[in-house]
Design a protein around this ligand. Structure first.
Ligand SMILES: [Mg+2]
Length: 285
C-alpha cells in the first residue's frame, strides 16, 4: 500500500507543477494543493461519526469488537467479501461458457485481474496494530514478514478461475522491492502466512503475472507513456493500474473481471466487469 502515504498526509499534488521556459527564464506556475478525498463539509459535528465510535463500528464489522487483529469467521466482513467472490465466480463461469457468436466479440485468452491488499490479502491485523495510521516502515514489516491472511472467498474464486481456463494476474501498488514477499504470502514458500492462491500465470511474452509498481526510473515504456503528465512522471494509482491492464490486453488477454477494494483499482477501463471488495479502513485516490 505504498500509495497510501499521500492520502494519509491528507494532501495530494493534484495540481501539476508546471515549469516552462519563458523569455529565457524558468517560470513556475502556482500550485494549488487540494485534498485527495473529495467530500462534503459538515455544517455540524453531528453530521459525522465520532472517529473513536467509527473505529468501534469497524471492529464490530470485522467481528473483532475487542481489536485483537483477527477478524471473526462469522463477521459481516467475511459475509460481504465472500459474497463478492461468489458474484465474481458466477460471472466468470457465465463468460467462460459463452459459445460461438458471443465468444467472437471478445479477443484473447480470458483473464482475471486481482489487487492484493484487502482484495486477496486482508490487512486487518495491520489496521488494528497501527490504529489506522499507515506508516510505510511498520507496514513493510508486515509485508516482508508475509503476515496477511487470505481475503475470505478469494482463494476459492481464483482456483475456480484457473480450473475454468482463466489466466490469473495480480496487480498491486506495492513496490517491486516487495514482489518476492508478496508472492510468498499469496502462494506457498513456507515463510509467514501462505494464503493458498495458485501461482500467477506467466504471460505469453514471459513476464510474470504478479505486477508490482516499479520505481519511475525502471518504468516500462507503457507506464512512461501513460504517466508522462502525472506529477514527476510518477503514475497515479488509476494510471498505473489501467495502463498495466491495457498492456496485459495488448499481449492477447481479455480481462473478464477486475477485483479491487479501492475505486482507483477499478477505474480506467480494460476490464469487462469490475468487482468492489469491501474495505472501510482507508481510501486511496
Ligand atoms: Mg487494495
Amino acid at each position: 500500500m505504498p500509495n497510501r502515504s499521500l492520502s494519509r498526509r491528507g494532501l495530494a499534488a493534484t495540481a501539476v507543477v508546471c515549469s516552462a521556459l519563458v523569455g529565457g527564464g524558468v517560470a513556475y506556475a502556482a500550485t494549488t494543493p487540494e485534498p485527495a478525498i473529495k467530500t462534503f463539509t459538515p455544517r455540524s459535528a453531528d453530521q459525522v461519526t465520532n472517529i473513536d465510535v467509527l473505529r468501534q463500528q469497524i471492529r464490530n464489522y470485522y467481528g473483532d469488537p475487542l481489536g485483537t487483529g483477527t477478524f471473526g469467521p462469522d463477521s459481516n466482513y467475511v459475509r460481504e467479501a465472500t459474497s463478492v467472490a461468489r458474484d465474481a465466480g458466477r460471472w466468470l463461469s457465465a463468460r467462460g461458457h459463452e459459445r460461438g457468436e458471443d465468444r467472437h466479440h471478445h479477443r484473447g485468452q480470458k483473464a482475471i485481474v486481482l489487487d492484493v491488499d484487502d482484495t486477496t490479502l486482508t490487512t486487518w491485523n495491520y489496521e488494528v496494530a497501527s490504529n489506522w495510521a499507515y506508516n510505510p516502515t511498520t507496514n513493510g514489516e508486515y509485508v516482508t514478514g508475509q503476515r496477511f491472511p487470505a481475503t475470505p472467498g478469494m482463494v476459492d474464486l481464483v482456483k475456480k478461475a484457473k480450473r475454468e481456463g482463466y489466466a490469473v494476474f495480480f496487480l498491486t501498488g506495492r513496490p517491486s522491492s516487495q514482489e518476492a514477499a508478496t508472492l510468498g504470502n499469496l502462494t506457498s514458500d513456507g515463510v509467514g502466512v501462505d494464503a493458498g492462491y495458485p501461482a500467477p500465470t506467466t504471460l505469453r511474452n514471459g513476464e510474470d503475472g504478479l505486477f508490482t509498481k516499479p520505481d519511475v526510473s525502471a518504468y516500462p515504456g507503457y507506464l512512461q507513456k501513460a504517466c508522462a503528465a502525472d506529477p514527476g512522471g510518477k503514475c497515479t494509482t488509476i494510471h498505473y493500474k489501467s495502463a498495466t491492464r491495457a498492456h496485459i490486453e495488448s499481449i492477447g488477454y481479455d480481462i473478464v473481471a477486475n477485483l479491487g477494494d479501492q475505486y482507483s483499482d477499478l477505474k480506467g477501463g480494460y476490464a469487462d466487469r469490475t468487482f468492489k471488495v469491501p474495505n472501510p479502513n482507508y481510501y486511496l485516490p
